[in-house]
Write a protein of this length. Sequence first.
Length: 334
Amino acid sequence: MIRVGIVGVGATVAIAHNHIRAFQNVKGSRVSALYSRNINSVKIVAEKLCPDALAAESFGQLLDNCDAVVICTPNSWHFQYASEALKARKHVLLEKPMGVDIAQSEMLCNLVTSQTVAAVGYCNRFLPAVVQAKKLIESNFKRIYSVDVSHGGLRLANASVGFEWRMDKKLSGKGSVCDFGSHVIDLVGYLCNARFDRMACFSKTYITHRTDSDGQNRLVENDDCSVAVASGDTLLSLVTSRVGLDGLHVEISGDGGIIRFDDSLHCNFRYLFKQCGKGYTSTWQTFEVTQDRQQVFDRQASAFIDAVNGKPSECATFAEALYAEKLLSKCSQL
């Protein structure tokens, strides 16, 4: 039985709650401990979701009571907690990004040993629509020409939402282009085996000021929206927004046809088949794919436990995540 400790439970978007439920649902694991800097938040979450878990009063106490650590804190704490966990020979599932700069991410990669599993939470890999797309690409495509993606969210479109750590560049890094773009770079690499050597973007902040918890009007330091392009053997066009895009939308074009899907609950997955070297002669095939957020986290948790147990796994490695972060860090402004 793998004992899992969850770090950072007081979440605005409740991502830690998804992880807690996921590891409760996966055979061979249990949530053994929770930790956050606010012990009251820990006790509330423990009582609500996992009363048998230890409400740890320190990170060290959590490490003493788990075999693997899931880190869901704000970005600025990722490096500290992940490095301490890896030094303590704990397996790590870390929400992206690994660090607030490339130096931190490289140092984390150097701490990984053959005895520790280190994965990054690129959960879109586990969408049922992505599983379907990967099967089609592996069976029908020899080459991917282009990928067109939009990715974002709606919560921060409300200007009355207060200033958060993710709007402070020192605490979060770049804005939507990294927040959502890192998911896209990983997903395209995973699905299409695509690597990019150049990336450039336009970016803009539309809600430029927000009120913080002290009632002060604060400047939002990173972007709300971006339009980016990346070049390699495959071409990528990417639109990101945290103030007005409803999730993930993907179109993949190559010598085996065109694939379109999104991350909606009832996704109308579409595929236009083309035989390699010949023209389009078929009509669109449509598959209804059912998927939900918790199902995705359950699959990721299962893959992580597989990796811990030495089995093949689809989780994103630290090395794969470092590639995405390096590409985005070099993204030039047009």
